[in-house]
Write a protein that binds this ligand. Structure first.
Ligand SMILES: CC(C)(COP(=O)(O)OP(=O)(O)OC[C@H]1O[C@@H](n2cnc3c(N)ncnc32)[C@H](O)[C@@H]1OP(=O)(O)O)[C@@H](O)C(=O)NCCC(=O)NCCSC(=O)C[C@H](O)C(=O)O
Ligand SMILES: [Mg+2]
Length: 291
């Protein structure tokens, strides 16, 4: 399944057991919401969270944001009931935690097929050592429409837990694994969203990690608090300078004398038609009609 063209700059987790957060979520300017039935919901609160989720979707059949539901893994005692509840809600996507092999995705896709739920994508969390080791096999499903896979989401807390590494500023301990996930997502046409920043009162640290994620090639960041949305939207959007440069490149190639040229000089730099493609992508991301 091809990834959606909708942006993934800001992807907010909302615990499905938190009625106040659920109500607030509809008003927030994030690109996507992940209603969580997994780690943010205590074992005893799972049945109530499923009911709340179903009631929320039933009362709000449409939403401005993409809506995703994170279920517990199929192998857990909650997995089957979570998946049933998620299918009943008909979200844009179901997020599978701790994906470790392609079969995890294919099983979920088959269940969606059995229910005739067309258009429901699968997102996969990459957050275990085995998930990283098998990333090529899993990412390859991006080329198979029947697998429904459209997006990877990093789970940095679980990765740190499973590997025993700390999570220092700059995430040097995770960098190698993060880059593997990004390159495999790009190779097989998947979107890829960075992990959460836990210290939600530390705005400077959060902003630094957003910038780092953008430079590493992520499409956006998963978030835990509404205060993180605005900066994520900014960090994963083209800057004013990038937009202006892209416009100059598009204009330069539109000049009649450049119509048949593969490479031109612009402001002292070599600019090829591949840069024109990049410029058009930048403008498309910025929502410019010049794209
Ligand atoms: C972290 C929090 C528990 C903090 O909550 P709280 O102390 O209530 O924050 P505030 O008082 O500052 O909240 C202000 C208002 O904003 C609403 N709020 C807070 N968080 C959210 C949210 N996520 N979505 C929607 N609305 C939210 C509060 O209700 C207040 O509203 P109001 O009073 O009307 O103004 C809390 O932020 C939280 O629970 N965050 C989400 C945690 C979560 O989902 N965790 C699981 C996903 S992270 C993960 O598992 C990653 C991965 O798997 C990995 O391995 O790394
Ligand atoms: Mg996790």
């Amino acid at each position: 399944m091809q990834p959606s063209v909708r942006p993934r700059r800001s992807v907010l987790y909302v615990p499905a057991a938190n009625a106040k957060a659920m109500a607030k979520s509809a008003t927030l300017a994030c690109d996507a919401i992940v209603y969580d039935l997994e780690d943010a919901v205590a074992p005893g609160a799972k049945p109530g969270a499923r009911d709340a989720l179903k009631a929320h979707f039933s009362a709000n059949p449409g939403a401005a944001q993409q809506r995703v539901i994170r279920v517990n893994a199929a192998a857990t005692e909650w997995g089957a009931e979570d998946f049933e509840a998620a299918m009943e809600c008909r979200p844009d996507a179901i997020l599978l935690p701790k994906v470790e092999q392609a079969q995890d995705i294919l099983d979920a896709a088959a269940a969606l097929d059995r229910q005739g739920l067309e258009g429901v994508h699968i997102w996969a969390m990459v957050e275990t050592p085995l998930g990283i080791v098998n990333i090529a096999e899993i990412a390859r499903l991006g080329r198979r429409p029947d697998a429904r896979l459209s997006c990877f989401v990093i789970g940095s807390n679980d990765l740190a837990k499973e590997t025993g590494v700390p999570l220092p500023a700059g995430r040097s301990t995770l960098l190698h694994w993060l880059l593997q996930v990004v390159i495999h997502a790009r190779a097989f046409g998947l979107d890829v969203v960075d992990g959460v920043y836990n210290d939600f009162r530390d705005q400077a640290g959060f902003e630094a990690e957003c910038r780092e994620g953008a430079v590493l090639g992520f499409d956006g960041k998963t978030l835990i608090h509404p205060s993180q949305i605005a900066f994520a939207n900014q960090a994963f959007s083209p800057s004013a300078e990038e937009i202006a440069e892209a416009e100059r490149i598009v204009c330069a190639f539109a000049e009649p004398e450049n119509a048949n040229r593969g490479v031109i000089a612009l402001e002292g730099k070599m600019v090829e038609r591949l840069h024109l493609e990049i410029a058009r992508k930048t403008l498309a991301k910025a929502g410019s009609p010049q794209a």
